[in-house]
Design a protein around this ligand. Sequence first.
Ligand SMILES: [Ca+2]
Ligand SMILES: [Ca+2]
Length: 258
Amino acid sequence: MSRAAILLVATILLGGCERDAEPVLPEGFAVLAEASADLDGDGRDESVRLVGRGAADSPFREDLCLVVGPSAHLWPLPSAAAGGYGPQLQLVDVTGDGSPEIIVTADTGGSGGMVAAAVVTARPDGKAWTLHTVFDSESGPRPRFAGALVDGFAAEMEVTAPGLPRKQESLDLAARREIYLQTGVYDEHGTLQHKVEIWGDALMSLTPVAASAGGPGLQAVQQARGTSNADRLVEIRTLMVWKESQWQAVSLTLTPIN
Ligand SMILES: [Ca+2]
Ligand SMILES: [Ca+2]
C-alpha cells in the first residue's frame, strides 16, 4: 500500500476517533510497539505507537508508521525505515534539547546483519503533532569510507565523517593469509593478484548514547568488508551529536575484526 493510500485510509477510518482511544487501524495493520514519554515538555506523557503490516507467520513488517498521542493520524516512516524484521521503538533524547526523539530500528534481514533506522522529532501542532525525520539509515550522515587491499596482506583505508578530520588507517590482514591464498587474492609472496576495494558502509546498528557516555547522541556501527560479505575487516564506531541542526561526528573508533 502506498503512503498516500495509507494516509487516505487512515483519514477515512480514523476521522471520528475520540481522544485517548486506542487507534483504529486500517485493515491488516497492528500495533507493533508502544512507549510513552513527555515529548513536548508540558509535564504530561504522550503515547507513541509503532504500527505496521505483515504476515502472521513472519517477523517481517512493512508500511511502518508512527501514531503519536491520541491522534488518529498514521505518519509513514521514511522509506529507509519503512520495513524490516522485528521493528523496535525507543523514546530517547538524542539531540540534547530535553525532548525525546522517536527512534525506530529494524533488521533488514540480509546476510550482512544491517539495520534500517529512523530518528524522528515530534512537535505539537495544535491538537496534532508535526513529525520530522532527523536521521535515517539511507541518507543519514554516517561516515563514509574507501580503500583497497594492498601488497603484503594489508589494506589501506580512509574514513570521512562529518565534523572530523579525515582518518587514514592501515589494516594488517596477515591473519587472513591462508584464505586469501586459497582464493587467489594474493600469491605466496603477498603480491595482490587483482584489485579489491573496501566496501559496505551500511549501518549495523544505531543506538542512543547517554550524556554520561559522551552524548546525548547516536552511536552508529558499520563494518568495512573486503573480498566478500563474509570478509569483515574492521568495525567502525562513530558517536554523533546534534549540533546546529545537523549531526556531527565527535569520535570515531576503528577496531580490526579478526
Ligand atoms: Ca507532553
Ligand atoms: Ca531531542
